[in-house]
Ligand binder design. Structure first.
Ligand code: HDD
Length: 708
């Protein structure tokens, strides 16, 4: 009922506020404790636990179809699900805002959302994986969707991007083929949440335009640590129109404040089983613990007159615009600071359309974008119904008025005797461009109608090679492992042999190693030269945060009875001061007693309940009894070894450092044997202060030392 009223109000008057959170308030209800239950038609219910029956003192008796209250409950339940998205089915979302630093983008666009620094535009962002179903795991190897809905005063602007700057295909007409190939195979619906199967590698092996994007997905970008630590890219080339009527091509970028970080593959595999909701929990946990997710918003622009001055076609979505050629211009920030109240009406019902832009922003002739502009609106009709834009989460914050009428679930009641234009009442006339009406750039177009791609769209390997060359040695080694994992899941030799040939067009050594690993045909000579050109911004290493921080990072503190209380309290305080999230993990979820302490501390988890994979770092306090218990339990020794293997920071004091030394028998790894804080030893990410009297050492200094 509330949604009908407010939707109708929006149509005619507009909202009174442009803050989306405030606008959603009229559609949000809080069930009152002890408030009565009613049917959907408002009649009070006296019993929701028992179906109406014909019973006597001996039997419950048969249920009666007559029971309209139970029938309504079941009817509603039977239809609770809607079709999941055909791709990007699994996602998580959050609310926030966007604002620009100043009007520096005014030379490119008159869109106030990109130029008016006094504005704080409400946003909703949905992150997603692509291949898996709604119930698949978060940490699978895949592209991540990064879809932004900006509720601007001029209408909704949807920037529907990914965490990877390029795409698998150049022309939208190939999208159904690509999606069929990557999704579970038609005969057995296998695999779920993976591209490691014959059909995907068959398709990309026969479709060399995918080579560049495949390199990105096989790199660490395919397994991000957190949505909050991913870059975002609009991918397609859009256009900006300025007040003088000049047009520029533009690409949109988001750079995470926390830097770009990934899991390691072994970690990602384990988390898939240990906590399939790892990424969505991470987003909520960070926001709720006071650490909003932040990105710098940047643009790359190319003047219309320069369109053809590049060796690649700037409208080809399988190409980046290298930053050496087209620098990034930071213009604003995106902040996510509010979690959703209810998943279904917000994250599931939110719907994006690349075709939804606002005046000052337009499209380019990128053939992928042109097809997307058709596809998204279309898919929302089958997923949510024609009137999907009236759903609270999708509704603009500015007035909506037109002569579209009817359709299923129409919730606007328009009080008018006309529903067409022109009309004798002069209601709902189009707005001229001078008053803010959307106007297209008068682009000159000529040519021959034919099914082709531009000549520069034919080159597919230069940038795949540039990407490979730009990776650090460890990034390359991860990439080789990823190819080896995926291709060895393909059991049809034609598939993995074809793909090894593709790799040989990128780099001879890469092709040789992967072919050797997966049983492909080892190439004898390079298919093309690799002159070794690089672009540093393509490596994740480039995105080290300006101010390194451990804010929102999860730290496990392992404790058993007899731990040193001062150590633990000191380190907890130090971590909290730096915004990190310390968790106590113990041999039981209950009270664990410090040395000499009677009251004990409640630990958050049991060693078996949460594994090292779910934390960024681990700390072991001193305490002789406690250290002995830890070293006697195989799981805690495994915790430490696994953390080390996954390159996590590990810290220990006193007896904790002794335990660590016993658990980590790694040649070359150094441990402190001094009690002096001047002698903290940092070796392969393991930070120790030696045995002795740990209370001589201030644990908060330890955490600060770690930070530096
Ligand atoms: Fe797409 C969903 C991103 C190409 C057709 N796409 C979807 C979502 C993201 C992207 C993030 C999830 C939105 C959400 O959270 O609801 N898609 C991209 C990017 C592309 C791309 C960055 C390349 C630049 N997509 C693409 C093409 C087509 C589609 C070429 C069709 C011709 N995409 C869809 C879709 C989806 C979708 C079928 C499924 C659910 C939805 O739209 O709302 O229409």
């Amino acid at each position: 009922m509330t949604s009908i009223t407010s939707a109708a109000k929006t149509l005619v008057e507009g909202n009174t506020s442009t803050d989306k959170t405030k606008c959603l308030e009229s559609d949000t209800i809080t069930p009152s404790v002890g408030g009565g239950l009613t049917t959907d038609h408002g009649v009070k219910i006296s019993d929701t636990d028992n179906w109406l029956k014909v019973s006597d003192k001996i039997t419950g008796g048969p249920s009666l179809l007559e029971d309209q209250i139970s029938r309504e409950k079941i009817h509603h339940f039977d239809h609770e699900r809607i079709p999941e998205r055909v791709v990007h089915a699994r996602g998580a979302g959050a609310h926030g805002y966007f604002r620009v630093f100043d009007d520096r983008a005014a030379k490119y666009t008159f869109a106030p959302v990109l130029t008016d620094a006094s504005r704080k535009t409400s946003v909703f962002v949905r992150f997603s994986t692509v291949q898996g179903a709604r119930g698949s795991a978060d940490t699978v190897r895949d592209v991540r969707g990064f879809a932004i809905k900006m509720y601007t005063d001029e209408g909704n602007w949807d920037l529907v991007g990914n965490d990877i700057p390029v795409f698998f295909i150049q022309d939208a007409v190939k999208f159904p083929d690509f999606v069929h190939a990557v999704k579970p195979e038609p005969h057995n619906e296998v695999p779920q949440g993976q591209s490691a199967h014959n059909n995907f590698w068959d398709f990309v092996g026969l479709q060399p335009e995918s080579a560049h994007m495949v390199m990105w997905v096989m790199s660490d970008r395919g397994i991000p640590r957190s949505f909050r630590m991913m870059q975002g890219f609009g991918v397609n080339a859009y256009t900006l129109l300025n007040a003088k009527g000049e047009q520029h091509f533009v690409k949109f970028h988001l750079i995470p404040e926390l830097g770009v970080h990934s899991l390691v593959w072994d970690e990602a595999l384990k988390i898939s089983g240990q906590d399939p909701d790892f990424h969505r929990k991470d987003l909520n946990e960070a926001i709720e613990s006071g650490c909003p997710a932040k990105w710098t918003f940047a643009i790359q622009t190319i003047a219309e007159s320069d369109e053809h001055n590049f060796e690649f076609d700037i409208l080809d979505a399988t190409k980046v615009w290298p930053e050496e050629l087209v620098p990034l211009q930071p213009i604003g920030e995106l902040v996510l600071d509010r979690t959703v109240n209810e998943f279904f009406p917000e994250t599931e019902q939110v719907a994006f359309c690349t075709s939804h832009v606002v005046p000052g922003i337009g499209f380019s002739d990128d053939p992928l974008l042109q097809g997307r502009n058709f596809s998204y609106f279309d898919t929302q009709i089958s997923r949510l119904g024609l009137n999907w834009e009236q759903l609270p989460i999708n509704k603009p914050v500015c007035p909506v008025m037109n002569h579209h009428r009817g359709g299923q679930h129409q919730s606007c009641i328009v009080k008018s005797n006309v529903n067409y234009w022109p009309n004798r009442n002069a209601t709902g006339q189009p707005v001229p461009p001078s008053e803010g009406g959307y106007a297209e750039y008068p682009q000159k177009v000529s040519g021959i109608k034919q099914r082709v791609r531009g000549p520069k769209f034919q080159e597919h390997f230069n940038q795949a090679q540039l990407f490979y060359n730009s990776l650090t040695p460890y990034e390359r080694s991860h990439l080789i492992s990823a190819f080896s994992f995926e291709l060895s899941h393909c059991d049809d030799p034609v598939v993995y042999e074809t793909y090894t040939n593709i790799l040989n067009n990128i780099d001879f050594d890469l092709a040789k190693i992967v072919a050797h690993n997966v049983g492909g045909i080892t190439p004898r000579s390079p298919a093309r030269d690799n002159p070794g050109e690089t672009s540093p911004a393509l490596s994740q290493k480039y995105y080290v945060p300006k101010t390194p921080t451990i804010a929102s990072r999860r730290v496990a503190i392992l404790v058993a009875d007899g731990f040193d209380q001062a150590n633990v309290e000191g380190i907890q305080e130090a971590f909290r001061e730096l915004g990190a999230l310390p968790f106590l993990i113990g041999p039981r979820r209950g009270r664990i007693f410090p040395k000499g302490g009677k009251s004990g501390v409640m630990v958050d988890h049991h060693f078996e309940g949460q594994r090292s994979t779910l934390f960024d770092a681990v700390f072991i306090p001193s305490g002789i009894e406690h250290a002995k218990v830890l070293s006697d339990i195989g799981r805690t020794v495994h915790w430490i070894r696994e953390s080390f293997g996954h390159c996590k920071a590990i810290g220990a004091i006193g007896d904790g450092a002794d335990f660590l030394q016993g658990a980590l028998d790694v040649p070359g790894l150094k441990f402190s044997n001094s009690v002096s804080k001047e002698d903290v030893v940092v070796s392969y990410g393991v930070v120790t202060v030696g045995n002795g009297k740990p209370d001589l050492y201030s644990t908060s200094d330890f955490a600060k030392g770690k930070k530096e």
